[in-house]
Design a protein around this ligand. Structure first.
Ligand SMILES: *Cc1c(COP(=O)(O)O)cnc(C)c1O
Length: 694
């Protein structure tokens, strides 16, 4: 694929000669995880940088400061530094892949399919953890020098913006996306022409434009139906992530799976391994089978070949969470496919269903057509094995260290570590041992600085929210212990658990000299009424509970929170949290977890790096489980967590607390980085397919 920087000719034409490569810097999301490049954009126009939600393309289109910056020697020097960092990064030869896995270089690599990608808030095509994981996966593949290409959908209206009214009621606002003013560009074929592909829908063809996002060394291709070749109704089929009914859903899955395979071909890529991130992408396997049958393979041979080169990651520990389509719907959309695969309707049906099932299940389809299926934590592996009736391995999720570490902690680590090991190979536990020796006062002051920055940002947002909604004014108190809880408002995550006994909660938060606040943020799916009710309940909780609800959670707010609160709380109903990753982001920044032993946390918890809510056992009823868990939650707050946080030495440093902070960083940063995770995927899941190709 040829290198095209940014589609915005407006931005490119405005650049002064001395800053001519700023467009290239903006056009590759690498800047989002290089502190010096982020700093450069912010320095160019701090206000506009905030207003545009850190979108460098719009920044360059609109700022009035370019000429002045070109005359500012300090800015120009920083610009050259950022550009040479970009060049060094893109041209580097001695990556992890070069050392450990040189064969991967010309293998064709891996195509990673996902319905959502959380790359950055300026490309809002994600709803939550699944998307952010996909984004972090792609970034680590890039850091490792591993050949991977992402495939997803460009949603013309992205995911919704959340507004809360004066009673905490959620409404959804959809904004147009304007791809031209974002860090993406049309994908081009070998002759430099923009690529479109088609997929069949009942009675017509849907045309899809293919976009490309550059993420370091890796590209992500995004399919977009919002083009003039389609009817007005069809243009809306890819408007909204997880919007619409089952017909929209199956259409989007056809776009992703079938359109995605065609798009790869059109840009000239022939991946050796296909990775389906969740069942949404499983139609990719039938498109690949169709191609093989078209060149003479039998149904069985095609199935075997596809299986050998496909891997599948499942993320959902409840059957209701898996996409499944009725026969009527499936056959309406899949007319002609059994014949194209050289088989009959019954055998086709059994690719995605068990004998007697009345629904075609995308998880079964994915499992039946992949060599390996993996879960995303050890517990989730056990739950999935039981649910799916097949041994499921696991690779525990992680987070992209560079994207989630605060600039404050980054500087502290940089100044105090010997060498670059923690930056180059964050997956190595010994690379983090310097944290043990950090002076407690430095760790604490660094945390305080990140917390102050977070409080300023959040309090501004809370003011805006109150103004817009006419609702109550809320603010974070710099002297309070701030406990963060932010994630999708799915009901199994039990956001309202701590409200079970408001009087007991008030006694905790109101104690003299020991103020405690809870900061909640998260979106409920538009159709999830119980999830929305949780938001209202929290919003209307009495002020003395210390509960604050902030609207419109996204990656930007997530970054502030996981870098600036004092504790990260998570209390899902065990064992329904497949992994969870927000707590890993927090721990990396020295923020201890206070969490139910579900998902990733039992693998990390050691009694010195945070707290475990409740017990690791099964309960007779959900009511009993909730009661036991919340009793444990209160007890820990009362007896351990709050007292430890407020026990300070003469200079105001909580020594015992800082020990928890350091232990969090040392135990979580290496093992729960996507650098470790992607290496595991390469060794355990990708390598058989890569070798088979050679
Ligand atoms: C990390 C992240 C998540 C995942 O949160 P969990 O607590 O793991 O569910 C969701 N949304 C955003 C914006 C994130 O950054």
């Amino acid at each position: 694929m040829s290198q095209l920087t940014t589609t915005s000719t407006t931005a490119m034409q405005r650049l002064p000669k001395r800053l001519s490569r700023l467009g290239e810097l903006a056009g590759n999301l690498l800047w989002s995880w290089r502190p010096a490049s982020r700093e450069l954009f912010s320095r160019l126009d701090p206000e506009l940088w905030q207003q545009t939600e850190h979108n460098p393309v719009r920044l360059l289109e609109e700022t009035e400061n370019l000429e002045a910056a070109a005359e500012d020697a300090g800015f120009v020097a920083a610009y050259h530094e950022a550009i040479s960092d970009l060049d060094r990064y893109l041209n580097r030869r001695n990556t992890w892949t070069d050392y450990v896995y040189p064969e991967a270089r010309d293998s064709g690599g891996v195509a990673y399919f996902s319905a959502e990608f959380g790359l950055h808030e300026s490309v809002p095509i994600y709803s939550g953890g699944l998307g952010v994981l996909a984004g972090d996966h792609v970034k680590s593949a890039s850091d490792l020098g591993f050949p991977l290409v992402g495939v997803g959908i460009l949603y013309a209206q992205g995911y919704f913006r959340q507004r809360l009214d004066s009673s905490g009621r959620q409404s959804e606002v959809y904004e147009p996306f304007e791809p031209e003013s974002r860090p993406l560009a049309p994908a081009l074929d070998e002759f430099g022409r923009p690529v479109t592909v088609g997929v069949n829908l009942p009675g017509r063809e849907l045309r899809l434009k293919v976009w490309r996002v550059e993420v370091g060394r890796v590209s992500v291709l995004l399919l977009d139906a919002d083009i003039p070749e389609n009817t007005p109704e069809d243009r809306e089929l890819t408007s909204r992530l997880y919007g619409g009914d089952n017909r929209t859903r199956i259409t989007q899955e056809i776009v992703l799976g079938i359109g995605g395979v065609r798009a790869l071909k059109r840009v000239g890529l022939t991946p050796a391994v296909y990775h389906m991130n969740e069942g949404h992408a499983a139609f990719l396997a039938i498109e690949r089978m169709r191609e093989l049958v078209a060149v003479g393979r039998s149904f069985e041979q095609a199935q075997e070949e596809v299986r050998r080169s496909t891997v599948f990651t499942t993320h959902t520990p409840v059957p209701a969470g898996h996409d499944a389509f009725t026969g009527d719907l499936l056959w309406e959309f899949m007319t002609g496919w059994p014949e194209a695969l050289g088989t009959d309707g019954h055998s086709f049906w059994l690719l995605g269903a068990k004998e007697g099932d009345d629904r075609f299940n995308m998880t079964y389809l994915a499992m039946n057509l992949s060599r390996n299926t993996n879960a995303v934590s050890e517990i989730h592996g056990d739950v999935s094995t039981e649910m799916l009736g097949r041994r499921i391995t696991y690779i525990t999720n992680g987070v992209h260290t560079w994207s989630w570490l605060s600039s404050e902690m980054f500087s502290l680590f940089n100044e105090n570590s010997l060498g670059r090991a923690w930056r180059e190979a964050p997956e190595t536990p010994s690379a983090w041992s310097f944290v043990e020796e950090l002076p407690p006062e430095s760790v604490w002051r660094t945390h305080e600085a990140a917390k102050r920055k977070m409080i300023d940002f959040i309090n501004d947002r809370l003011d805006l929210q109150a103004e817009r909604s006419g609702g109550k004014r809320q603010a974070l108190d710099p002297d309070a212990l701030v406990i963060g809880f932010a994630r999708r408002f799915a009901t199994y995550k039990r956001a309202t658990l701590l409200l079970s006994d408001p009087e007991r909660l008030k006694a905790i938060t109101r104690a003299a000299d020991r103020p405690v606040q809870f900061l909640f943020a998260g979106k409920a799916h538009p159709a999830d009424e119980p999830g929305k009710a949780f938001l209202r309940d929290l919003y209307s909780a009495p002020e003395e509970t210390g509960i604050i609800v902030l609207e419109d959670y996204d990656m930007n707010i997530a970054r502030y929170l996981v870098q600036g609160v004092d504790v990260w709380m998570n209390n899902p109903r065990r064992p329904l949290e497949a992994s969870g990753t927000s707590g890993q982001k927090a721990a990396l920044n020295g923020i201890p977890n206070f969490s139910v032993l579900d998902g990733w946390w039992p693998e990390a918890y050691n009694g010195k790096n945070g707290w475990a809510i409740g017990e690791e056992r099964e309960f007779a009823s959900e009511a009993e489980q909730d009661a036991e868990d919340v009793a444990s939650l209160y007890e820990i707050l009362e007896n351990d967590l709050v007292p430890l946080f407020f026990s300070r030495d003469n200079s105001g440093v909580p020594g015992g607390w800082v020990d928890f902070m350091k232990e969090s960083i040392m135990t979580v940063a290496p093992r729960f980085s996507t650098q470790r995770m992607v290496q595991d995927y390469i060794h355990k899941l990708y390598s058989p397919g890569l070798y088979a190709r050679r």
